[in-house]
Design a protein. Structure first.
Length: 285
C-alpha cells in the first residue's frame, strides 16, 4: 500500500531536527544542499570532529566517531565530501585512529552525559568499516588514514573464523559496497553469505524484537551486497516498510527509546530513511 507522503512531510516539519528538515527538502523537494551543510556546522567542534548529539544516542558535546560518521554521511549526501568541513573531519579521524587504522566506538569523556547503555570506548570498532566506506563511496583517494583503515577492514572481513552479526555485518557491507577492489569485495560477500545464519540479524544486547532487515544492510538496488538477499527478501521488507508508517505520518525505530529528544531525533532520521528506501527501490511515495 503506498505511503501517505503528505503525512510524512507534516511529521518531518513537526518533529525532525533542523538538519533533517533541510535533508528532506534536498532529497525530496529539489532543495539546495547549502542549508544542510550550514545546519551541520552547529554540531562541529574546533578540532574538526562532530558531537553535540548529532548521533542521537550519544549526547555529549565532544567530538565522537559516531557523530563524525553521521556528518560525513550527510556531507556525502549533499555532495560536500570535498569541502573544508569534510577535510577537517578526516583530519580528526586520522588523529584519533590507532596505528593500524582502527577507530574506537567512542572516546572517553561521554560518560557524564546522557547516552544509550551500549556505548563504550572499545578500540578497533566496526565504525571503522562505516567511516572507510563513506569515504570510498565519495571517491576520496588521497588519504593516508583511509589506506590504513582499508587494510584493517579487509583483515576483519576476510577472517573466516568470524560469524557476521548485527551492526558488524551492516557496516562491513557499507565498506564492501564502496571499496574500489570490486572482485575482492564480491569474493568477501560470497564468503559472508556462506557464514550467515538467522541469528546474524539480531544485534547482541538489543531490545526485544530489534533486528536488522535486508534494507538496513543493503539499501540500494544494484549494490554488491544485494547478493546476500533474494528479490523476495527485498520486496517483503519493502512491504513491511510501507505498512509501518504510523498515524502521525512518521516511522518508528525498533531499538531502545530512552528520552523524548532521542526518540524525536531518531524518528525524523528513520522517516527520511524509509522514504528513501521506498523511492530508491521503485515503490511509490
Amino acid at each position: 500500500m503506498p505511503v501517505d507522503r503528505a503525512a510524512a512531510e507534516t511529521f518531518i516539519w513537526s518533529a525532525a531536527r533542523l538538519v533533517d528538515r533541510h535533508r528532506y527538502t534536498m532529497l525530496f523537494a529539489d532543495g539546495p544542499a547549502e542549508p544542510v551543510v550550514a545546519a551541520l556546522s552547529g554540531y562541529r567542534n574546533p578540532d574538526g570532529g562532530f558531537g553535540h548529539a548529532l548521533e542521537p544516542d550519544l549526547r555529549c558535546p565532544q567530538s565522537q566517531p559516531a557523530a563524525t560518521l553521521s556528518a560525513l554521511e550527510t556531507l556525502r549526501e549533499a555532495g560536500g565530501l570535498d569541502s573544508d568541513m569534510a577535510s577537517g573531519a578526516r583530519a580528526w579521524i586520522a588523529r584519533i585512529a590507532a596505528p593500524d587504522g582502527g577507530i574506537p566506538s567512542a572516546l572517553t569523556g561521554f560518560e557524564p552525559y546522557p547516552h544509550s547503555p551500549w556505548w563504550s570506548a572499545d578500540p578497533g570498532s566496526m565504525l571503522t568499516f562505516a567511516l572507510a566506506g563513506v569515504l570510498h563511496a565519495g571517491a576520496v583517494t588521497d588519504d593516508e588514514w583511509l589506506a590504513r583503515a582499508t587494510e584493517w577492514c579487509w583483515r576483519g572481513i576476510e577472517d573466516t573464523g568470524r560469524k557476521p552479526t548485527g551492526y558488524w555485518l551492516k557496516f562491513a557491507c557499507t565498506f564492501l559496497d564502496a571499496v574500489p577492489d570490486e572482485d575482492r569485495a564480491r569474493a568477501a560477500l560470497t564468503s559472508l553469505r556462506l557464514r550467515l545464519d538467522p541469528a546474524a540479524f539480531a544485534p547482541a544486547g538489543g531490545t526485544e524484537g530489534e533486528r536488522l532487515r535486508p534494507l538496513d544492510i543493503s539499501p540500494r538496488p544494484g549494490s554488491r551486497s544485494r547478493r546476500l538477499f533474494s528479490e523476495t527478501d527485498i520486496e517483503a521488507h519493502l512491504d513491511e516498510v510501507e505498512n509501518e508508517q504510523e498515524n502521525d505520518g512518521g516511522w518508528m525505530f525498533d531499538w531502545l527509546a530512552w528520552s523524548p529528544e532521542q526518540t524525536s531525533a531518531w524518528r525524523g532520521i528513520v522517516t527520511i530513511r524509509a522514504l528513501t528506501w521506498l523511492r530508491d527501490n521503485g515503490r511509490s511515495i
